[in-house]
Design a protein around this ligand. Structure first.
Ligand code: F6P
Length: 328
């Protein structure tokens, strides 16, 4: 346990923005001020840290943001921070500002950066935030629920137009190399096929599944595909075009892309972000450092960043079997 009291903290958001990041910034700032700390927001993630782009944050600076998507601190993916020279510059900027500890809000890459910073001797606490839900140390991360609801709404809408024309749709959702968003949104939207990176699914499998769905009397065919799936959505769509005569129906592609990341966070993400933000400051007050705050079995917990960056979160692919049975 650390002896020195933390008096000045920096908070930053890094990587892809996620709905709920602002709620986390607000919770960190107000909890830290309650604990008599001074708070500095870092603009544009690790890039801003290297540039020494700090912004003092008071309670009013984080007012009126809990309902806003994106991040008021802005975000970035910094190549320079991946180098030793970049990290040393960041540390020097923190030292020049007399910062005692940093709170890093972000996903996998951001927490790897947080761990690297902690290895230079700075106390760091991470907050699990990414729409991809691919970060160990938190069963669900900030932004996932809102992103899934956006995907679900799109699936529901596509289903009604698909049914009117007896059409099939391929809905591509984000998630980088992780199929969580596609799997949960697909199951909740009653998709006929779900394609994720964690399980094989060839274009011919999709054609067969959708054809069988029509043969069972369905008036629509929905395939939800993760952007990281082995066969990319655009290639699957062209496979359907090339083999149109044999397959007998067309497959229209809707790629949701960044639509899923934008917009206001829902209640789940606001509440989760608020709890994780407060917990991150409380961890520092207790003398805990170099940990990630996350949600496990309904409770807010901390996990060492060293474990978080080494572990790989797995997808429950048994759910694909269940989805297959339920789409009959
Ligand atoms: O990590 C979040 C995420 O939205 C991924 O789902 C996606 O692959 C990636 O970021 C897109 O990154 P960018 O916005 O930098 O293109």
């Amino acid at each position: 346990m650390r002896k020195k009291r933390i008096k000045r903290i920096a908070v930053l958001t890094s990587g892809g923005d996620a709905p709920g990041m602002n709620a986390a910034i607000r919770a960190v700032t107000r909890t830290a001020i309650h604990e008599n700390m001074k708070v500095f927001g870092v603009c544009q993630g690790y890039a801003g840290l290297i540039a020494g782009d700090f912004l003092p944050l008071g309670p009013r600076d984080v007012g009126g943001i809990i309902h806003l998507g994106g991040t008021i601190l802005r975000s970035a993916r910094s190549r320079e921070f991946k180098t030793e020279a970049g990290r040393n510059k960041a540390l020097a900027a923190l030292q020049a500002k007399k910062i005692d500890a940093a709170i890093i809000i972000g996903g996998n890459g951001s927490q790897t950066g947080a761990y690297a910073l902690s290895q230079l001797g700075l106390p760091v606490v991470g907050i699990a935030s990414t729409i991809d839900n691919d970060l160990a140390g938190s069963e669900i991360t900030i932004g996932v629920d809102t992103a899934m609801n956006i995907a679900l709404e799109a699936i529901d809408r596509l289903k009604t137009t698909a049914a009117s024309h007896k059409r099939a749709f391929l809905v591509e959702v984000m998630g980088r190399d992780c199929g969580y968003l596609a799997l949960v949104a697909g199951i909740s939207g009653g998709a006929e096929v779900i394609a994720v990176p964690e399980a094989p699914c060839r274009p011919e499998d999709i054609a067969r599944e959708l054809k069988e769905a029509y043969e069972r009397g369905k008036s629509h065919g929905i395939c939800v595909i993760a952007e990281g799936a082995e066969f990319k959505a655009a290639d699957i769509a062209s496979y359907f075009r090339e083999h149109h005569e044999r397959i007998g129906f067309e497959l229209r592609l809707t790629a949701l892309g960044h639509v899923q990341r934008g917009g206001a966070p829902g209640v789940f993400d606001r509440f989760l972000a608020t709890r994780l933000g407060a917990a991150a400051v409380e961890a520092l007050v207790r003398g805990e450092e170099n940990v990630l705050t996350g949600l496990m079995k309904g409770a807010i917990v901390t996990t060492p960043l060293s474990e978080v960056v080494r572990a790989k979160k797995t997808l429950d692919t048994d759910l694909l079997r269940m989805a297959h049975i339920l789409s009959r």
